[in-house]
Ligand binder design. Structure first.
Ligand SMILES: NC(=O)c1ccc[n+]([C@@H]2O[C@H](COP(=O)([O-])OP(=O)(O)OC[C@H]3O[C@@H](n4cnc5c(N)ncnc54)[C@H](O)[C@@H]3O)[C@@H](O)[C@H]2O)c1
Length: 273
């Protein structure tokens, strides 16, 4: 995969994993369009990578189609679409999350991948190649402490990615899914404009375990794109948990229910399980 001169779009490219992806793609010679709802951040990253910034709310299919048109006008056919923007909901809300909030997280975390594919897949198929990258989450493989809306939208995103890969693999379409656990980004309270903010300072660390850097996620994703791999797991234990879950679903549910209740302080912490 030679990215030199190819057009790439990264949504949520103004911060965190998206920013690292934009930098990694540009580092390999791609022309990058940084699409983000937060314009100043997108502009800052676009300037750094010599690309283009576009305002975009990925929950809106027309906004995604607009980004694709801007990218095509500036750099030619889009060969790489990194559908990365996303956010999390409040785990405490449970199924009481409002209907509007459920629809919003599904729009941004799940349907945005569909709108991206809808906009670029036909052209990629005509040209006989293209790379669709989705930033999903370990929450798509092993449900954990995340919110209800986050969990359902990320599971749906993985299902959609599998569907695209299965139906378009023979047409030169490469699908890669990044499924990390905790990453040191805005989602964990980090603000890249403020050196003092860091996941290490947020109380989440203890609950989440290893926190990796967004640059590692980006490098592993580019490596997977180059070698044609579907799944990127920056935290190897996610793959191990996924396997244990698949091997005995009921035991996994029992164990994870107990763990979540301990986290919420509902049962005493046991050091034997
Ligand atoms: N940080 C983690 O621990 C973690 C773990 C697993 C998966 N992820 C996933 O990584 C992706 C990127 O998040 P991050 O961790 O880099 O967080 P981040 O908050 O650092 O960056 C997210 C970026 O997306 C932008 N964005 C948010 N909503 C948008 C929208 N509707 N349209 C366009 N842009 C939007 C934000 O402005 C921001 O620039 C998300 O899909 C998230 O679910 C993150």
């Amino acid at each position: 995969m030679d990215l030199t001169g190819r057009a790439a779009i990264v949504t949520g490219g103004g911060h965190g994993i998206g920013r690292a992806m934009a930098e990694a793609l540009a580092g390999r010679g791609a022309n990058v369009v940084v699409a983000d709802v937060h314009v100043p951040r997108a502009e800052k990253v676009a300037e750094r990578v010599g690309g283009r910034a576009v305002e975009c709310d990925v929950g809106d299919p027309d906004a995604i189609a607009h980004v694709v048109r801007v990218a095509e006008d500036a750099f030619g056919p889009v060969d790489v679409f990194v559908s990365n923007a996303g956010f999390s909901d409040d785990p405490a809300a449970g199924v009481a999350l409002s209907p509007d909030a459920v629809r919003r997280i599904v729009d941004v975390n799940l349907l945005a991948h569909v709108w991206a594919a809808r906009a670029v897949l036909p052209g990629m198929i005509d040209r006989g190649e293209g790379w669709l990258v989705q930033t999903i989450s370990s929450a798509a493989l092993i449900t954990g402490p995340s919110g209800m809306g986050y969990t359902l939208s990320k599971h749906g995103a993985l299902g959609f990615a599998e569907w695209v890969a299965l139906n378009h693999r023979h047409q030169g379409i490469h699908v890669t899914c990044l499924c990390p656990n905790a990453v040191n980004t805005g989602m964990l309270g980090r603000n890249e404009d403020d050196e003092a903010s860091d996941a290490a300072d947020s109380g989440l660390l203890e609950m989440l375990g290893d926190v990796v850097e967004p640059e590692l996620c980006a490098e592993m994703t580019l490596d997977a794109m180059e070698t044609g791999r579907f799944l990127v797991l920056p935290h190897p234990r996610v793959g191990e948990s996924f396997l244990r879950k698949a091997t005995d679903y009921d035991a996994w549910l029992e164990r994870t229910n107990a763990r979540l209740r301990r986290m919420r302080g509902e049962v005493p912490v046991s050091h034997t399980s």
